[in-house]
Design a protein around this ligand. Sequence first.
Ligand code: NAD
Length: 250
Amino acid sequence: MNSQRLHQMRAVVTGAATGIGEAIARVFAQNGATVLAVDLPGSGIEQKYNGITGIHGFVCDVSTDEAPDQLIALVDEHLSGLDILVNNAGISRMEFVENSTDELWDDIMNNNLRPVFRLSKAAISLLKKSPAGRIINLGSVFSVFGSPGLSAYSASKHAIAGLTKSLSAEIGRYGITANYIQPGAIMTDMTRESFRAHPDVRDYWINKAAVRRLGEPLDIAKVALFLASDDSAFISGTGIIVDGGAVQTP
Ligand code: NAD
């Protein structure tokens, strides 16, 4: 994965202490970017990247009111500008609508959707100064499908699709693209316990995938690298499904 495809580019990756966000931060840095990696208090983000070339780890809870100002201050101090914003942080909670609560709904929206709007808004003035600004959001295959128990999660991910499409139409004139990645079943902390407790669900996704395996965070990071690089210069407002072919058949 080592090249200089992101030579001298400056990136923010949210939710970067583990899983897909960590893989994206590492792949970006290996490809020449300087990365500001943020995650929740207690996530170990600062220690994780201590001494790692090209990645600075900081605590920032993107669901808080002050997160955009906090992030812009960190960017000013450590990156002096911004080329790539990756809105990756997210959570998942399962409950049927009938048994769900306002609290669950708000929790999902406040972590998965509201920060994508607020951080993108805050980043635009910086991205306008970049020769090739990029916003990369993490949607899901549940940006186009629903599933029992995932109403709030899939609503948040459908909304990311709508937000990204509209945003791309607004900022394209400044040379900024906005796209979203739609992972299928990827083995991370978000899914590990559920796949362990429900091997039938894990096997369902393995067998449903044309390539007969679960995804790894690196599978997603490679697509993020493509979207961040000049190779994707004429792609905007698009979601890319990265699921090993799982949702292409009934
Ligand atoms: P993960 O749970 O392994 O990692 C998510 C990271 O985001 C964690 O480090 C967590 O601490 C951080 N985070 C959560 N809320 C935050 C907040 N408010 N502020 C800062 N950081 C926060 O999950 P993952 O599988 O790596 O998921 C990354 C993204 O990919 C999410 O948006 C998720 O919805 C999406 N996704 C994952 C899968 C999958 O199968 N794993 C599939 C489709 C989409």
